[in-house]
Design a protein around this ligand. Structure first.
Ligand SMILES: [Fe+2]
Length: 444
């Protein structure tokens, strides 16, 4: 039992903690059990995410209204949901039956991220219920969401049964949704390359290609149906989305809002494009990586759509991208239409301003959201506004699941368990419910 929570504590830099009451689930020696993934989740309906009455304004980028129109009329352009790091996990997984796995993990380990594996039993048992409760809450959103994005770590150990559990719940969303490859989605336990795991046949480990292809229940290569629309579930590699790389690379772009022309050749409203990155390292280890090919693709894609605001989406925040992170940051700062980078990985709410030092008022917001497996188990809603005065705003707030019935009870039990843990990813007030100002690019 004392192996439980080992990696989690390592990540926190805490010494081994002696006694965690994990109940009598007999986790020793069994090796692996699909546990709750084999049980139907509980039932219950849900209320909408509660919208806060007050979202204080942050203007760390120094956006300034145009002199000629200091008081404009705000117009909402987009409303979307952000979930991240759901970490559906094989309940009762333990290293006890897999000492070789533990050794392998240790070899990648000193900067290990959330190895998962070791969370309290209640959180593991009700992970699917927590996701289902959150999906129902998002479905109840009023006004409805244009789509939802999940920024990676759908699974925890990195196996096919976990992904099936994730997909069967996410595909109940009544809006389109988009997926990102996290390090747990393509590396065993978030760290180990699948090639090193082929001998562990009792665990059906995913690799990146399998992770992506499992999102396409029909023909594995049928990419046409993923063009952004009501059928978008997972990845949008459609050429119709414009500028996507040939083949399946794990990164892609799509148009969330097309620009609107005033009919005289001038734009009266910018579009909004999403650029989804793949930052996980195929060579192993939890930290991020963006290679030169992907950076080139991103530059070309951004250069090709200067009249659409750009929201970049990745699993890792910039400071956790060990290779290519600085280049990525500079590339985003070089494109004034980039207003935000939405990401996860750290399992905490955090909002940072990245200013362009040579262009006052310009830069982008990095918006991190908490995990559903760790406290505070919250999602986020983001609304992008044109304020009509030369500035724009991202109004964002976080929320917990709002389910009733047995579903709500189970999800709240998981929440209470997470609340007793040492890890608190809730951030400060300015990381949660805020209005983030940005400079609207000049349209012509
Ligand atoms: Fe994660």
């Amino acid at each position: 039992m004392d192996l439980k929570r080992r990696q989690f504590l390592a990540w926190l830099g805490l010494a081994a903690v002696g006694s965690f009451n994990l109940g009598n689930l007999g986790c020793g020696g069994r090796g692996f059990s699909a546990g709750s993934l084999l049980q139907a989740p509980a039932q219950g309906s849900a209320s909408p995410p509660p919208s806060p009455s007050n979202c204080p304004m942050r203007n760390n980028l120094g956006a300034r209204p145009r002199m000629d129109s200091a008081t404009g009329t705000p117009r909402r352009l987009l409303r979307f949901g952000h979930l991240t790091d759901v970490h559906i996990t094989l309940e009762q997984f333990t290293f006890t039956g897999h000492p070789e796995l533990e050794t392998l993990l240790d070899s990648f380990g000193e900067q290990i991220g959330f190895g998962g594996l070791d969370r309290p039993e209640i959180q593991e048992r009700f992970d699917v219920d927590t996701l289902r409760a959150m999906v129902k809450t998002l479905n109840a959103a009023e006004p409805p969401l244009d789509f939802v994005v999940h920024t990676g770590d759908a699974v925890d150990i990195g196996t096919i049964p976990e992904l099936v559990g994730f997909l069967s719940e996410m595909n109940q969303l009544n809006s389109p949704w988009f997926q990102v490859v996290g390090n747990h989605d393509c590396l065993g336990m978030g760290n180990i390359p699948p090639a090193l795991l082929e001998n562990f046949t009792d665990l059906d480990f995913l690799n990146k290609q399998e992770f992506i292809q499992k999102h396409f229940p029909g023909k594995a290569q049928d990419r046409s149906r993923t063009a952004f629309g009501s059928q978008a579930k997972g990845f949008d590699f459609s050429p119709a989305s414009g500028g996507n790389p040939p083949g399946i690379r794990g990164y892609y772009a799509f148009t969330a809002v097309p620009p609107i022309s005033g009919g005289n050749g001038r734009l009266i409203q910018p579009g909004i494009r999403f650029y989804v990155l793949e930052t996980s390292r195929a060579a192993g280890k939890a930290l991020g990586h963006v290679d030169a090919d992907q950076l080139r693709w991103l530059k070309t894609a951004l250069d090709g759509h200067p009249q659409s605001l750009a929201v970049v989406v990745s699993h890792h925040p910039i400071e956790r991208i060990e290779e290519g992170g600085q280049e990525l940051k500079n590339l985003l700062l070089d494109h004034p239409q980039v207003i935000a980078l939405a990401c996860g990985h750290n399992h905490m709410h955090r909002i940072q301003a990245f200013k362009n030092p040579s262009k006052p008022g310009n830069g982008f917001w990095q918006i991190q959201t908490s995990s559903l497996i760790d406290y505070p188990q919250q999602g986020r809603i983001l609304e992008i506004y044109d304020r009509g005065n030369g500035t724009g705003a991202i109004r964002t707030f976080v929320f917990n699941q709002q389910a009733s019935g047995q579903l709500g009870k189970n999800a709240r039990a998981s929440y209470r368990s997470a609340a007793q843990e040492r890890f608190d990813g809730s951030g400060s007030a300015q990381d949660r419910n805020v209005e983030l100002l940005f400079q609207m690019p000049v349209l012509n």
